[in-house]
Design a binder for this molecule. Structure first.
Ligand code: ADP
Ligand code: ZN
Ligand code: ZN
Length: 747
């Protein structure tokens, strides 16, 4: 056996591996991630095994044997390399890409350096020096010594500026051992200045019985050395964050560290402040708005044991804590937990693997758990906790009603706002309460529907809405089915059949037109392009500086708006008709989460869901806040059509700058896959190749092949086979091929 070894993992040259042979006596210990001692140059170095192979890559006589394998599992690096290997294997990527994902590479960062000049001799010696400088008329020396005698330590800026003492003068005093120059690297604290002082007012409410019981169970498990994955299913406002805080406190008190993942969008000032109040400077954050250098600073602090809690998006999972005791994924259902670029890993799976490697627990929390997580909890793989009621005193779940937009049209109302919604908005304006108008645009990709009857053009083979292309054809992106777009609705004959499209900007204008005196704010990708604007809009709204907030899914997370008593969901159908199998799940999620913004304070809340498909189960169950009901129905659909979590999907995306090449490459790959399937795993279903829904992006043509199979490991075997095939075939040189297991969004 041979091992690929990286020698220096902080250099960023992660792809620079060296091959060594593994002596037979070490074969059991020489696993991926193991730290090893190796001959290097004329000496001995330490490195890590990042890959194993049976074949030599260079002339056999040039390959040297590994000296020894050190114990694995103690060093944080070896855990991270094992994690990279897990990602490589289970999600498909090169080892190099996987390593780059888990190992923070040192960034050239301009540190905030604090450079000072200090006195290092006895005061009387300094006094003598001063007298000497005065006698010799060394004015600069005199100024410096006088200043140091009165204040002991001076900033470098002051020495150079105000005192106008040259570096050379300072150096002579350094040589004479009178003064010293101290350089202190200070980490920039990303929380500095934005948060209130800790301990100022810890207004944490005492936990209620249910919250208490959950915390106790988890901490008891941990005391007994049992590490599990818990799923905390709690309705919006049920106090999940309080549960996290309390478990975190116990873990930190026990000397261990915590990673808390939170979708970037929910990482608000409010949330951070709650953590900061509890844990002060022992907590840090990572987010995409920080520069690479700033992020690296925080990772370094984590590595040096200066912090106990890291809060951040997906990538915070790789914080190099060596006493990790707990990983939390808040809003577990969020799609941002899945990477969109290779390696397309899911943070939930990697979190569970990391926890397994180091003996930590995992808490997944959500008001609308992903089907995958809930299914596993039902099977007993995760332990399920449920919080059914809102925690804050007097807060109730909002009252939800559904408005049928087809009836609005037939009653002659062509406005975006139904009559009911208009009335209720007017009432809120009169009462000085606030309204949120929500448009779920995510996942919306040119579906075609009838405005008279609500009929949506769907693929006859896949039960997935078809996408309108520029040339007027409708295409199914799962099987390639093509149809001409009909001029009249095939169900009711109406000519109002068209691609659905309306934006937040239009809604803002309409709201303003209808209520000229209302103060309307808009939050979407356009208005939040600037660094702080996201937080600015939210805090302006929560301070009551506007009456109506119009927004996309950005507004459904994180913030508590106690004065919001009405949420209008303008077109529930938008996300229902995206072209992938998760459309209903995503719709249920968005509707339930958006509805959850209403009535979070003492005032009761109301929610209006406008839709063309009031009978759709995702809409009905979201309105009834019936997660279990939705789960049962959606699982039946997934099972019938073998979609995850009932089965697994491997999506292969083929990208090429030339259309024929993309076509040909996809065909060759499909042929190879077919042969593998016939020989090795005939139960794997192959679908495609077909054009991706985005058939061309960034000047690259995109084709898809899908594989379905209930045994994940067979799909991994197929992926490994295809990776090898791609590597050794000339044909794939200029094509980019990406693997995606259990994709969570359409292509
Ligand atoms: P979730 O994360 O489940 O949506 P939060 O943790 O944000 O809910 O809690 C919602 C609100 O309920 C917050 O304002 C919080 O302060 C309050 N809250 C949580 N737990 C309690 C409790 N035990 N007693 C009173 N209020 C609580
Ligand atoms: Zn119709
Ligand atoms: Zn189809």
């Amino acid at each position: 056996m041979f091992a690929d070894v990286i020698v220096d993992i902080s250099s960023g040259l992660l792809d620079k591996t060296y091959q060594y042979s593994i002596p037979q006596c070490l074969e059991n210990e020489a696993v991926v991630g193991a730290p090893v001692e190796i001959p290097f140059g004329h000496g001995k170095r330490e490195g890590y095994i990042v890959g194993l192979s049976k074949e030599e890559k260079i002339a056999i006589e040039r390959i040297k044997p590994i000296f020894s394998v050190k114990k694995r599992g103690q060093v944080i690096e070896s855990q991270m390399i094992a994690l990279a290997y897990f990602i490589r294997e289970n999600f498909g990527a090169t080892m190099n890409d996987a390593l780059r994902t888990v190992i923070p590479v040192k960034q050239a960062v301009r540190r905030v350096e604090k450079k000072t000049v200090v006195l290092v001799c006895a005061r009387d010696v300094a006094g003598d020096m001063l007298a000497l400088a005065v006698r010799k008329k060394h004015a600069a020396k005199e100024r410096l010594l006088r200043a140091l005698l009165s204040s002991h330590e001076l900033s470098w800026e002051k020495v150079q500026g105000e005192l106008s003492v040259s570096a050379a003068t300072v150096q002579t005093l350094v040589r004479e051992k009178i003064v010293a120059v101290r350089v202190q690297e200070s980490y920039r604290d990303p929380l500095a200045g934005i948060l209130q002082f800790p301990g100022e007012s810890t207004d944490l409410p005492p936990l209620n019985d249910m919250q208490q019981r959950i915390c106790e169970q988890i901490t008891t498990d941990r005391r007994m050395g049992v590490n599990k994955t818990y799923l905390l299913h709690g309705v919006t406002g049920s106090g999940k964050t309080e549960v996290y805080l309390s478990v975190i406190e116990a873990v930190v008190r026990g000397g261990q560290q915590v990673i808390m993942l939170i979708p970037e969008i929910a990482l608000t000032y409010q949330t951070l402040n709650r953590f900061y109040k509890c844990f002060g400077e022992r907590v840090s954050i990572l987010n995409s708005r920080m520069s690479a250098g700033e992020r690296y600073d925080q990772i370094l602090r984590a590595k040096n044991g200066e912090i106990d809690i890291m809060i951040g998006p997906r990538s915070a999972l790789f914080t190099p804590f060596d006493r990790l005791g707990l990983i939390i994924l808040d809003e577990e259902h969020e799609s941002s937990y899945k990477s969109e670029t290779p390696p397309k890993y899911h943070a939930r799976e990697v979190a569970i693997e990391r926890a397994r490697l180091c003996g930590a627990s995992v808490i997944l929390g959500s008001a609308t758990p992903s089907l995958t997580a809930y299914e596993r909890a039902r099977r007993g793989e995760y332990k399920l906790f449920t919080l059914k009621e809102r925690a804050a005193y007097g807060a109730q779940m909002p009252e939800v009603s559904i408005v049928d937009l087809r009836e609005e049209l037939s009653a002659g109302n062509r406005s975006i706002f139904s009559r009911t919604l208009q009335e209720k908005m007017k009432k809120r304006l009169e009462d000085g309460q606030q309204t949120i108008l929500f448009l779920n645009r995510r996942g919306y990709a040119g579906f075609v529907s009838c405005r008279a009857c609500g009929y949506v053009m769907k693929c006859p083979h896949c039960d997935i809405s078809m996408t309108e292309h520029n040339d007027g054809t409708l295409v199914c992106h799962y099987c390639g089915e093509r149809q001409k777009k009909p001029a009249l609705c095939p169900v009711c004959g109406s000519k109002y059949i068209a691609g659905f499209g309306t934006g937040t900007q239009k809604i803002e204008q309409e709201a303003q037109k209808m209520f000229p005196f209302a103060r309307v704010l808009r939050m979407d990708a356009d208005t939040t392009r600037k660094k702080e604007s996201y937080e600015e809009i939210l805090s302006a709204f929560s301070q009551g500086k506007a009456d109506i907030l119009v927004g996309t899914q950005m507004i459904v997370k994180g913030h508590d708006f106690p004065n919001v008593t009405l949420v209008g969901i303008l077109a529930a159908d938008l996300s229902l008709n995206s072209n992938d199998y998760r459309a209903s799940e995503r719709t249920f999620e968005l509707l339930a989460q958006a509805a959850g913004r209403a009535g979070r304070g003492k005032l009761p809340g109301e929610v209006i869901i406008q839709t063309y498909q009031p009978e759709h189960y995702a809409v009905k169950m979201a309105a009834a806040a019936d997660y279990e009901g939705f789960f049962a129905q959606e699982m039946a659909y997934r099972t019938a059509l073998s979609y995850p979590p009932s089965s697994h999907i491997l999506a292969v995306l083929i990208l090429s700058a030339k259309e024929e090449h993309a076509l040909e490459t996809a065909d060759i790959l499909a042929k190879a896959a077919r042969e593998f399937i016939e020989k090795t795993a005939p139960q794997i279903a192959l679908i495609g190749p077909a054009p991706a829904s985005l058939s061309k992006a960034n000047d690259l043509y995109r084709r898809m092949i899908y594989f379905k199979e209930s045994d994940y490991s067979l799909l991994v075997a197929l992926k490994n086979f295809l990776e090898g095939y791609i590597l050794y075939s000339e044909h794939f040189k200029s094509a980019n091929i990406q693997f995606d297991f259990d994709p969570i969004s359409g292509y």
